[in-house]
Design a protein around this ligand. Structure first.
Ligand SMILES: Nc1ncnc2c1ncn2[C@@H]1O[C@H](COP(=O)(O)OP(=O)(O)OP(=O)(O)O)[C@@H](O)[C@H]1O
Length: 269
């Protein structure tokens, strides 16, 4: 059996539907060809890489991936959170609990403190009151991104992967697969400053997920997305949820709210 045949057979054995397993195998072969490497050298043993992909990409393990019937463990809990900037109180007595397998939206008027609250969730801003408990593996996607214009997407995968202890080849292959889920195929020679705003936003999303976090914190993550990518984005959020992850999305789009389990409305400014 060749490496691609073993890889595809293992994906199918793990429950990935055959057409999807075939597409993943073709994608993987194309990546190996792009790197002028044989797949075994680039990805390691076929069965292990197939298992890694199924886990990392939350690939469906059956035709109907199960929704978490009952809520899983708490991955984020805020109690009585408050925040002031100088004399101005931005957040007062905010409670939020998000469990594995749930999606929460944070909504409210411009300037009411949505991004501040998400930064508190991520541990980047310290609250003045209340408590925050979060799982250790957190992926945070800021509104304005955290990318460097002079680096390529692949270099970002390597850099962010290294920060999370992922070896470069694995980081690049995971990044490429996650990008494909948003219908994006990164161009090896293209710097981030040459990408469109929507594509840069796809990169931000991929970087937030690269290390396989349990909790994803997304600050208006779809800016610049066209309609198709916007739908791909929500499909991806639901795949994370169905794989038992928790997602918190800051949004101002009311029609997003049909896609979520909880809405935290911070109200007027
Ligand atoms: N580091 C900071 N220092 C001082 N004020 C700040 C700081 N960060 C945010 N603010 C203020 O806190 C308020 C809330 O800001 P935040 O960005 O959290 O609001 P938001 O609800 O996300 O807004 P938008 O919908 O416009 O994105 C704003 O008035 C903002 O100017």
């Amino acid at each position: 059996m060749t490496w691609p045949e073993r890889f595809e057979a293992e994906l199918v054995r793990l429950g990935v539907p055959e057409p999807r397993a075939r597409r993943l195998t073709e994608d993987t072969a194309a990546q190996a060809a792009e790197h002028a490497a044989d797949p075994a050298g680039l990805f390691g043993p076929a069965h292990l890489y197939a298992r890694h992909l199924v886990t990392e990409l939350s690939a469906p393990v059956g035709p109907e991936p199960p929704r978490f019937a009952t809520a899983g463990p708490v991955l984020l809990r805020l109690a009585g959170v408050g925040k002031r900037f100088r004399r101005r109180t931005v957040l007062r007595d905010v409670d939020l609990t998000v469990r594995a397998g749930q999606v929460a939206a944070i909504v409210g008027a411009n300037g009411c403190g949505k991004s501040t609250l998400l930064r508190i969730c991520a541990g980047l801003t310290r609250p003045d009151a209340g408590t925050v408990h979060r799982t250790r593996r957190v992926g945070y996607v800021p509104q304005d991104g955290g990318t460097a214009g002079w680096l390529t997407a692949d270099e970002h995968f390597t850099l962010f992967g290294a920060a999370a202890g992922v070896v470069p080849r694995r980081a690049r292959s995971t990044g490429t697969h996650l990008a494909a889920r948003l219908a994006w195929r990164p161009d090896a020679g293209q710097r981030v400053q040459q990408l469109s705003g929507g594509t840069r936003q796809k990169l931000n999303l991929v970087l937030g997920e690269l290390h396989g976090p349990d909790l994803l914190l997304l600050d208006e993550p779809y800016q610049g997305f066209d309609q198709g990518t916007y739908l791909d984005f929500w499909r991806q959020v639901h795949a994370w949820r169905d794989a038992g992850r928790a997602v918190v999305v800051v949004t101002h789009l009311l029609h997003d709210l049909g896609n979520v389990d909880h809405v935290l409305d911070l109200g007027e400014r």
